[in-house]
Write a protein that binds this ligand. Structure first.
Ligand code: ADP
Ligand code: ADP
Ligand code: ZN
Length: 216
């Protein structure tokens, strides 16, 4: 099964995608994570993306489309993938349709995660991640079981994203509204859009997503 998790920054896409990957073996394709890896490695893509990401704006469509096209073509994605952070513009959505059609794949579900803007900012400013295995945490909503130690890999090193601040969040939300929200009617018209309550607790959101997938 191939799905998209669609929602504003901080909606919980990464959190839910990690769980689906662990439980169902689907591959999480987070364009944000891929870009942050590119920035860290200093590749040409990373050099182009760095300033744009720090400002909270969107990286150009052509770069994103070729990044995803190469990734989806890799053999592990045959197990099914979860797009987390892509597509973010109509041009990306159209390009995705084309690349799937070309490789005989299809999109099974697009799951919209709806969350109030105030809650989003609180989620974003409290977000941190294990530096070693990438597991996501939150100062208030998902602390590690032992303070300062990753539940999954035992690492004591965590990172916070430079763009996870209230100021950049405003630009990211504006980009979401102007460029990504129009994808909701795009997918509704195709009959693949399902909504879950992103304001619910993480376990409940997960339960709702699994229910959608079970009916697919
Ligand atoms: P969040 O999960 O908080 O919504 P991401 O990690 O998905 O944020 O993305 C971080 C940044 O990476 C975005 O603000 C944007 O600059 C860039 N980015 C990620 N995915 C895309 C995409 N599909 N198109 C354009 N830019 C992207
Ligand atoms: P996204 O990938 O959509 O930007 P994340 O999955 O990274 O969002 O979640 C943003 C932050 O909010 C993380 O710190 C995460 O632990 C926390 N979070 C995720 N889902 C929920 C939820 N349902 N309730 C409260 N906090 C949540
Ligand atoms: Zn870890």
């Amino acid at each position: 099964m191939n799905i998209i998790l669609l929602g504003p920054p901080g909606a919980g896409k990464g959190t839910q995608a990690q769980r689906l990957q662990t439980d169902l073996g689907m591959i999480q394709l987070s364009t944000g994570d891929m870009l942050r890896a590119a920035v860290k490695s200093g590749s040409a893509l990373g050099q182009q993306a760095k300033g744009i990401m720090e400002a909270g704006k969107l990286v150009p469509d052509e770069l994103m489309v070729s990044l995803i096209e190469d990734r989806i073509a890799q053999p592990d994605c045959a197990k099914g993938f979860i797009l987390d952070g892509f597509p973010r513009t109509e041009a990306q959505a159209v390009a995705l349709d084309k690349m799937l059609a070309k490789t005989g794949k299809k999109l099974d579900e697009v799951i919209e995660m709806e969350v109030d803007e105030k809650a989003l900012t609180e989620r974003i400013v409290g977000r941190f991640t294990c530096a070693k295995c990438g597991t996501g945490y939150h100062d208030k909503f998902k602390r590690p079981k032992v303070d300062g130690v990753c539940d999954v890999c035992g690492s004591k090193e965590f990172t916070r994203r430079k763009d996870d601040n209230a100021e950049t969040m405003k630009t990211r939300m504006a980009a979401y509204r102007a460029q990504t929200e129009p994808l909701l009617p795009y997918y509704r018209a195709k009959g693949v859009l399902k909504k879950v309550d992103g304001m619910a607790a993480m376990d409940e959101v997960y339960r709702q997503i699994r229910a959608v997938l079970a009916r697919a």
